[in-house]
Design a protein around this ligand. Sequence first.
Ligand code: IMP
Ligand code: MG
Length: 194
Amino acid sequence: MNVKRKTSVPPRWRSEVERILITDEQLAKRIKILAHEIEKDFRGREMVVVSLLSGTVMFLADLIRQLNLPLRLDFIGVSSYGSGSESGELVFTKELRLDVRNRDVLLVDDILDTGKTLSRVLPKIRALKPRRIKTCVLLNKAARRVEKIQADYVGFEIPDYFVVGYGLDFAERYRNLPFVGVLHPHIYEVFSAK
Ligand code: IMP
Ligand code: MG
């Protein structure tokens, strides 16, 4: 989907967010289409949606409200040490509680970047013997991929920018922005100088 449309960043965020990459309108429109696709593939069968904390909050809430089929929802907490814009050592902060054996699982994450997160999480879920696992990410930054992995459902293909908003953070901030925006490089330069 085209993500080039110009809309200006609200004044409050202008010094930190360079520009809007995906507007709230574009998000809503695309997520509706994505949900239809998923719904069709799962053919009305109950699924277990497994969502990775915390970047998926907004995407997840919007996506599952468009899914017209029975589902159960659970979370895996995963966080990377190395608090800036680079993903470091992965630590699990919350384990899955629902039983996924013989179930259809939809694994949801905010962004597929190097692929390290999903390639650590997928084997953990596979070990629980679900019937099948499909992966869904809001954003795909293919240029940064290190692991050989791709998602079954992708909201938007994006270039190699560090993005924030709509759940995505930089050092735990900016998750509340209603759009996906490009962070000013000076923000993470300041951060790494600290
Ligand atoms: P990966 O393990 O490198 O694929 O990265 C996945 C995780 O890194 C995501 O779940 C995000 O938490 C984080 N991440 C990667 N790129 C960005 C970005 O541009 N903005 C915010 N978070 C990001
Ligand atoms: Mg994250």
